[in-house]
Design a binder for this molecule. Structure first.
Ligand SMILES: [Cu+2]
Length: 340
C-alpha cells in the first residue's frame, strides 16, 4: 500500500519526529543553558571600562582609569577603551616589581589583549584615542593597575572566586566612570590659576591629584598660563611648572629627538633653575623636562627636588613662538613678543 501523505496521523508522526530530531540536535545547548542558570559562576563575563577624559579643547586632561576600581569573577575579562588624545598604557606588574621605563615594557608588550594572574606582568603598548585593550583574569586576587607614563594614575581590579557575589553591575561602573570623568574635568584649582606670578612669569600647566578608594588619578591643564607675553629686549622670562605630576617642556626652534634632557646651550642658575639665551627667533633652546619631584615614601631614599623652572633671556626684538614638546598636539603652544 502506498503511503498517503495527506493522512493526518502520518503528518502528525512526521512532525513529531522532526521535533524530536531538532530536540536531539539542540540537547547539548539545552543542558549548557540549564547549567548556566543553575551554576552562573561558570559563565565568564566581559566588563567594560574607559581610560582618560578630556575637555573639548583638549587642554584639560583627566589622567585616569574610569572607573578605577572594579570587582569581577575569576575567568572574567575587562576591556579598556581609550577616550583622550593623550596616550596611556594598561599595565599590571607583579607585587613589588620595579616600574620599568615605557621603552622596555614590563618587559615586553602584549598587543590587543593579555592574561594576568599576578605571576607574570602584562602591559599594553602606548594606547591612542579609540584603541582597546582586554585583560583576562583567570585567578582570584587584588591587582593594581597602573599607566607606565603617568604617575598617580592607578586603579584596582578585585578578582573574586566565582562563588562570591559581586557588589556592582556594568551599569554602576558606567555611571561611576561618567561621574568621575565629569568631576575631573570640572575641577578648577582657582588659587593656582589666579595667584600672582612674578613679572614676566608664565605658568607651565597645573594640576591636581585625586585619591579614591581604588587608587588615584589626576587632572592636568596642558596649557601655558599666559600663552602670549610681551617683554623688552634684554628681559628674562621665567616658566614654572605647577603640576604635581605631569612634566612639560619649553621648546624654541628645533624639537630635539630626546625631550628629557635640556639642550646643550642651557645653563643652571644658582637656584637650580635652567636658563637659556636667545639671540634671534631662528635660534633653538629646549628646557628638557621641567617637573615636580615625585612624592616621597618613608623607608625609601628621598627624591631630589624637582627642576620646575626654566628662564630665557631675549637679546633681540622679534616674535618667538614656542611649544611644549610633549603636549603641542593638545594645543600647548605659546609666543613671546620681544619689543626693542
Ligand atoms: Cu606639556
Amino acid at each position: 500500500m502506498a503511503i498517503n501523505n495527506s493522512h493526518p496521523s502520518v503528518k502528525q508522526f512526521a512532525r513529531k519526529s522532526q521535533l524530536l530530531r531538532i530536540f536531539r540536535k539542540l540537547k547539548p545547548m539545552f543542558f549548557f543553558l540549564a547549567g548556566l542558570v543553575l551554576f552562573p559562576q561558570f559563565m565568564s563575563a566581559q566588563w567594560n571600562a574607559t581610560i582618560g577624559a578630556q575637555s573639548q579643547d583638549l587642554g584639560r586632561q583627566g589622567l585616569a582609569f574610569l572607573p578605577n576600581e572594579i570587582w569581577i569573577h575569576a575567568g572574567d575579562s575587562i576591556t579598556w577603551t581609550m577616550v583622550p588624545a593623550e596616550p596611556h598604557t594598561v599595565t599590571f606588574l607583579t607585587a613589588g616589581q620595579v616600574i620599568p621605563p615605557l621603552t622596555e615594557g614590563c618587559p615586553g608588550f602584549s598587543s590587543g589583549s593579555a592574561t594576568f594572574d599576578g605571576t607574570t606582568c602584562a602591559t599594553s603598548p602606548l594606547l591612542f584615542q579609540g584603541e582597546k585593550f582586554s585583560v583576562v583574569f583567570p585567578r582570584a586576587g587584588n591587582f593594581k593597575l597602573i599607566c607606565l607614563i603617568h604617575r598617580n594614575m592607578t586603579g584596582t581590579v578585585h578578582v573574586l572566586e566565582p562563588s562570591e557575589s559581586l557588589p556592582h553591575d556594568q551599569a554602576f561602573y558606567d555611571r561611576v566612570a561618567q561621574e568621575q570623568s565629569k568631576a575631573l574635568l570640572a575641577d578648577e584649582d582657582a588659587s593656582a590659576l589666579k595667584h600672582q606670578h612674578p613679572e614676566n612669569g608664565v605658568m607651565v600647566g597645573n594640576g591636581e591629584i585625586v585619591a579614591t578608594g581604588g587608587g588615584s588619578h589626576s587632572v592636568s591643564v596642558m596649557r601655558f598660563g599666559d600663552p602670549e607675553i610681551t617683554v623688552h629686549a634684554g628681559d628674562t622670562v621665567e616658566w614654572t611648572n605647577e603640576d604635581p605630576i605631569t612634566p612639560h617642556t619649553v621648546t624654541f626652534g628645533t624639537e630635539p629627538q630626546d625631550p628629557v634632557p635640556p639642550s646643550s646651550n642651557v645653563t643652571v642658575d644658582a637656584d637650580g633653575a635652567r636658563h637659556g639665551v636667545l639671540n634671534s627667533p631662528s635660534d633653538s633652546v629646549h628646557s628638557g623636562f621641567i617637573q615636580s619631584a615625585p612624592q616621597d615614601r618613608i623607608g625609601l631614599e628621598q627624591a631630589p627636588s624637582g627642576i620646575t623652572r626654566f628662564r630665557v633671556t631675549f637679546k633681540k626684538p622679534g616674535i618667538y613662538p614656542y611649544i611644549c614638546a610633549l603636549h603641542d598636539v593638545l594645543g600647548m603652544k605659546g609666543k613671546v613678543i620681544v619689543l626693542p
